[in-house]
Ligand binder design. Structure first.
Ligand SMILES: [Zn+2]
Ligand SMILES: [Zn+2]
Length: 205
């Protein structure tokens, strides 16, 4: 995807921070589901909160693709819970999945260096793809309800972590000849994978 390519390029140039990457990727999810919110600022503008890094306009200008014109608007401090649905309902779940994967890596695959730039990018890309699953559409929509928007409330749904790491996920890895224990269930092929075959091999069914 174009967005991913652009983010990759900026990371390789050492220009973009971890949290910024997350925000770029999540923006892709919102676009994909065409979540239609009245008065929501689209791609022409980038509405930032008052986090200090967003005040560094030179840094933001340096990572803006030349094909895009960016109009920067800043949300006053203290408004997150009211007007930032992704902060309310998306990023936390995203980070929870990433944290579960990195915690698991520390326990079981000490040679895996998830803090290196390339592995971090691959891990975020892997999680982002899983979170784009149609199985999570209700979860994504719920963020707007949670932030208090007057939008239809989705029926009950499961979170990314509940679907990726369900009860009983520990079993035999799907890959032929692999004797490792599975720890994650792919939301697309619904098969169980061990750490090596899901994260290190960058599962992309
Ligand atoms: Zn799969
Ligand atoms: Zn395996």
């Amino acid at each position: 995807m174009e967005l991913e390519k652009e983010v990759r390029m900026h990371i390789e140039n050492g220009k973009i921070l971890h949290d910024s990457v997350l925000r770029f990727l999540i923006a892709g999810i919102i676009k994909k589901y065409k979540i239609d919110i009245e008065n929501f600022i689209g791609s022409e503008s980038w509405l930032n909160d008052s986090w200090n890094s967003w005040k560094d306009t030179a840094a933001i200008d340096s990572v803006t693709p030349s094909s895009h014109k960016l109009k920067l608007l800043t949300i006053p401090a203290g408004c997150t819970g009211r007007i930032q649905p992704c902060d309310v309902g998306i990023f936390g779940s995203f980070k929870k999945v990433v944290k579960t994967l990195t915690n698991y890596a520390q326990l079981t695959n000490s040679n895996y260096k998830f803090q290196t730039r390339d592995e971090t990018l691959k891990l975020l890309s892997l999680v982002w793809r899983q979170l784009c699953s149609p199985k999570l559409e209700k979860w994504a929509r719920y963020a707007w309800v949670a932030a208090g928007y007057d939008v239809p409330r989705p029926a009950s749904f499961e979170t990314p972590a509940q679907l990726l790491f369900p009860r009983g996920v520990a079993g035999d890895c799907t890959m032929h000849g692999c004797s490792s224990t599975s720890f994650v269930k792919c939301l697309y092929c619904e098969k169980l994978f061990c750490f090596e075959h899901f994260v290190i091999d960058h599962h992309n069914c």
